[in-house]
Design a protein around this ligand. Structure first.
Ligand SMILES: *[C@@H]1O[C@H](CO)[C@@H](O)[C@H](O)[C@H]1NC(C)=O
Ligand SMILES: *[C@@H]1O[C@H](CO)[C@@H](O)[C@H](O)[C@H]1NC(C)=O
Ligand SMILES: *[C@@H]1O[C@H](CO)[C@@H](O)[C@H](O)[C@H]1NC(C)=O
Ligand SMILES: *[C@@H]1O[C@H](CO)[C@@H](O)[C@H](O)[C@H]1NC(C)=O
Ligand SMILES: *[C@@H]1O[C@H](CO)[C@@H](O)[C@H](O)[C@H]1NC(C)=O
Length: 572
């Protein structure tokens, strides 16, 4: 399971996904249409204010101001990328803010890096979305007609239906204005056992073997997480197919589903609204067992479509190389930011890989390069010459011997974070810990450690990767866990363990072993604000000497992301 999971882990994840909030919504009574405040957002005690322009990310997507959560309906149309997102126009979210005005924020880009903010595309203004326009998706019908299908909140109990909006003018290159169809809601909850306050996040459409459109909608049915399946001839009127696309009682609700196809041996992304070649594998992205939020760790169910339903791969099934470019936009929680990632299938066909889109490399400047370094136990090598708070670092580690790997205990798999806390960067091991120390203050009182430890299992090597935030900031009250995950590694043959870390001020994203594992975090060091500069080191605290055959790092330029002009978003 771990192998299929590339958790997008987040700092301050105690700010649960907006949708978990429906539990509270149910028990509160207030009119949603007049903006009256009464909603309490689930979060742990408030951290002291950490507002500083210096923490604002420089090349991740963020709205110009206020709260955002889910990215929704990403779309590429006539040469323009569209990024919609759940946006609260009334403020940065605080416990007194109301979710009732949730709109679809809208930005456009031609390169996935620089974004121009537009007016919100969809706002609550019809009975079937009067309490909020929540997450959904975009489909381009027959390559020409963009359609958004999204969840509307119809009342203060957060009962949910699905609605459709179309661009008013397809010739407008930015598709600024969207009109809701008169037949909304196009899908209502009429299913026995469906919890209608858990019925949301319709997927992008695809064409089934009968030539009809399909979409899936996340739901709780009889207490079981279910991807309900619908079909339609015209994308407007929908009939439910009795058998769900997939269901699994590990969770009682699935949200932010994503469903896409990958073809072994193909380099191109598949258009789900065209015929899917036979032999394609489908990927259903669902929240992981441990979280129900949209941004906090996902499981990818890799499967075959059989009889219109998903059949998860049996363990051990493998097939040829599939490299398919599927861009997903992931959310980083807490005054959320986003970035675009490519997902593809690993060579053994069992593991999905996540990697930042290559476009991000256009922001690299001031390359520094080191070769043939050697890190002995206790060594700390300072990486200098780049902007340490806005950087992209690629480093390969090569243990000089594999004899000293400590034995692996399979029970650790259940709680990698615990292992990261107990076997942290200061606990000497056989092979590792080695990795990076970033955003470090002069005296190391503040620092974030991203590191690996190699264990020997019966037949294979297992690597633990940690992103340890526990000493990331001297500010009190922050959520600073040690995140972690395990992955298998063929140490004898692959030899080099790679780490890529993107630092974007308060956002830190680390990709282990070419994207087999990724860990994303937000950190708020005092030093970043006070000094504006921090230190960065490569280190080794294991008894085995670790070679660094290659270390390349760059400063990262600032991207133009929803820049404000004269107090308002630029309207291109
Ligand atoms: C529906 O979900 C809400 C929120 O989780 C829960 O409080 C409620 O009991 C559920 N209703 C049913 C009928 O299961
Ligand atoms: C929330 O509302 C309560 C009652 O109106 C008020 O006392 C409190 O200061 C508000 N909190 C914030 C963070 O605005
Ligand atoms: C649609 O957009 C195009 C391109 O911006 C513009 O020339 C045209 O006038 C618009 N049509 C309407 C009806 O607004
Ligand atoms: C396919 O699904 C239908 C209805 O969901 C069912 O009646 C039929 O037996 C299934 N066929 C196979 C081959 O599983
Ligand atoms: C390496 O271990 C020593 C001794 O435990 C510790 O003082 C030091 O901080 C560790 N290095 C890193 C980068 O954590």
């Amino acid at each position: 399971m771990m192998m299929l999971m590339c958790a997008l882990l987040t700092v301050l994840a105690r700010l649960a996904c907006v949708f978990c909030a429906t539990i509270l919504l149910q028990s509160l009574a207030w009119p949603c249409s007049n903006g009256e405040r009464g909603f309490s957002y689930p979060q742990s005690p408030k951290a002291p204010s950490i507002v500083s322009e210096r923490y604002r990310t420089a090349y991740h997507f963020q709205p110009p101001r206020n709260w955002m959560n889910d990215p929704c309906g990403p779309m590429y149309y006539n040469g323009v990328y569209h990024e919609f997102y759940q946006y609260n126009p009334d403020g940065a979210f605080d416990p007194n803010d109301s979710l009732m005005n949730m709109v679809w924020g809208h930005s456009v880009s031609t390169d996935l890096i620089n974004w121009v903010g537009l007016e919100p595309a969809i706002k609550p203004d019809i009975p079937s979305d009067i309490c909020g326009c929540w997450t959904g998706s975009a489909t381009i019908l027959f390559g020409v007609q963009p359609v958004i299908i999204y969840t509307g909140l119809i009342d203060r109990k957060a009962n949910q239906v699905q609605n459709i909006a179309l661009p008013k003018n397809r010739s407008d290159p930015y598709l600024r204005e969207w009109a809701k169809v008169g037949s909304n809601p196009v899908i209502q909850h009429v299913i026995p056992g469906l919890n209608s306050s858990h019925f949301r996040d319709p997927t992008t459409g695809w064409i089934g073997p009968d030539g009809l459109w399909r979409i899936a909608v996340g739901a709780e049915v009889n207490g079981i997480g279910t991807a309900l399946l619908y079909k339609s001839e015209d994308f407007m009127s929908w009939t439910r197919i009795e058998r769900p696309l997939y269901s699994n009682n590990a969770l009682n609700m699935w949200e932010c589903l994503d469903f896409f196809a990958v073809v072994p041996g193909s380099n191109n992304g598949l258009d789900m609204s065209s015929e899917i070649p036979s032999g394609a594998k489908h990927v259903l992205k669902t929240p992981s067992k441990m979280t129900i939020g949209c941004g906090r760790g996902s499981i990818m169910v890799l499967s075959m479509l059989q009889n219109h339903s998903l059949t998860p791969n049996t363990a051990g099934e493998s097939y040829g190389l599939g490299v398919t470019r599927q861009i997903v936009i992931q959310m980083i929680l807490q005054k959320a930011g986003q970035e675009s990632m490519t997902i593809w299938l690993d060579g053994d066909g069992k593991q999905l890989i996540q990697w930042p889109v290559e476009e991000i490399e256009s922001l690299r400047i001031n390359e520094i390069n080191h070769q043939g370094l050697e890190l002995k136990k206790g060594d700390l090598f300072e990486i200098k010459g780049i902007d340490t708070i806005q950087a992209d670092i690629e480093i390969d580690f090569e243990p000089t011997s594999i004899d000293d790997a400590e034995p692996f205990d399979p029970s650790w798999l259940f709680d990698p974070r615990k292992q990261c806390r107990e076997a942290d960067a200061s606990v000497h091991g056989g092979i590792g810990p080695f990795g990076l120390v970033i955003l470090a203050s002069d005296n190391m009182e503040e620092h974030t450690a991203v590191h690996f430890r190699v264990y020997k299992s019966e037949q294979k090597y297992i690597i633990l990767m940690c992103s340890d935030l526990r000493r990331s900031s001297l500010r009190p009250g922050l959520y600073t866990p040690a995140y972690g995950g395990f992955f298998e590694f063929d140490l004898e043959n692959e030899k080099r363990i790679s780490l890529r870390t993107l630092i974007d001020r308060s956002a830190v994203e680390s990709f282990g072993s070419g994207g087999r594992i990724c860990i994303t975090a937000r950190v708020y060091p005092v030093a970043l604000v006070d000094n504006g500069a921090t230190h960065m080191y490569a280190f080794n605290n294991g008894s085995t000497t670790v070679g660094v055959p290659q270390l390349r790092a760059w400063s990262m330029k600032r991207a133009q992301v929803n820049v404000m002009k004269g107090g308002s978003v630029i309207d291109a």
